[in-house]
Design a protein around this ligand. Structure first.
Ligand SMILES: Cc1cc2nc3c(=O)[nH]c(=O)nc-3n(C[C@H](O)[C@H](O)[C@H](O)COP(=O)(O)O)c2cc1C
Length: 177
């Protein structure tokens, strides 16, 4: 069952959950999810939006580029450490995270990407705009800390490649009960 939420009442909760890890779900060739710790919830072009930042090397990137949509799943309290470890350290290119992490999928209401019952606060998003971050235009300290280029693109901890920013319009927001 889905219970609609008032986004404004949840903005603080979502911002607080982000650094501990929330999930970004995609449904291109198959359903997949990955942990994100960066993101913005806000308002632009007259729309409620969630902005996600996805490195070039992620399987998730190919999936979003294929479908132009994603779902964001946020836990109600502390995130499950086992789910964060599997979904934030392994790539869905090579395995099924739903099976491996024991996730329960919830049918979406507007787009085609499901939510996840274990992370029940759900934002269904359609991509309005995407753009690759220009690393050389960032302050030096951020370049050095976030893009040290010592872990190659084939590793889930890759830090060589740039993020693409995806501005997603929030087309539905609810809690899975
Ligand atoms: C706490 C945490 C936060 C993360 N935040 C991001 C992020 O904001 N953007 C990103 O591209 N990767 C982030 N990652 C890394 C991805 O979750 C990880 O590389 C994942 O295995 C990619 O999965 P995929 O290849 O199935 O897309 C984070 C990982 C953790 C553990």
């Amino acid at each position: 069952m889905k219970e609609k939420i008032d986004l404004k009442a949840y903005t603080g909760k979502i911002a607080e959950a982000l650094p501990k890890g929330i999930l970004l779900n995609t449904n291109g060739d198959k359903f997949n999810t990955m942990v994100i710790g960066w993101g913005h919830i806000g308002f632009i072009w007259g729309r409620d939006t969630f902005v996600a930042f996805v490195r070039e090397s992620r399987y998730t990137k190919a999936q979003i580029d294929k479908t132009g949509e994603f779902t964001v799943s946020i836990p109600e309290g502390k995130p499950d450490g086992g789910i964060i470890k599997i979904c934030g350290m392994q790539s869905g290119r090579n395995m099924d995270k739903v099976k491996e992490a024991g996730l329960t999928l919830e049918e979406p209401s507007v787009i085609k990407t499901p939510g996840i019952k274990e992370f029940p606060i759900t934002l269904e998003c359609r991509v309005l705009y995407s753009g690759k971050i220009e690393i050389s235009a960032l302050p030096d300290d951020i370049q050095e800390k976030m893009y040290p280029r010592n872990v190659g693109s084939d590793n889930p901890l890759a830090n060589r490649d740039a993020h693409t920013m995806y501005v997603g319009e929030i087309v539905d927001a609810y809690i899975i009960k």
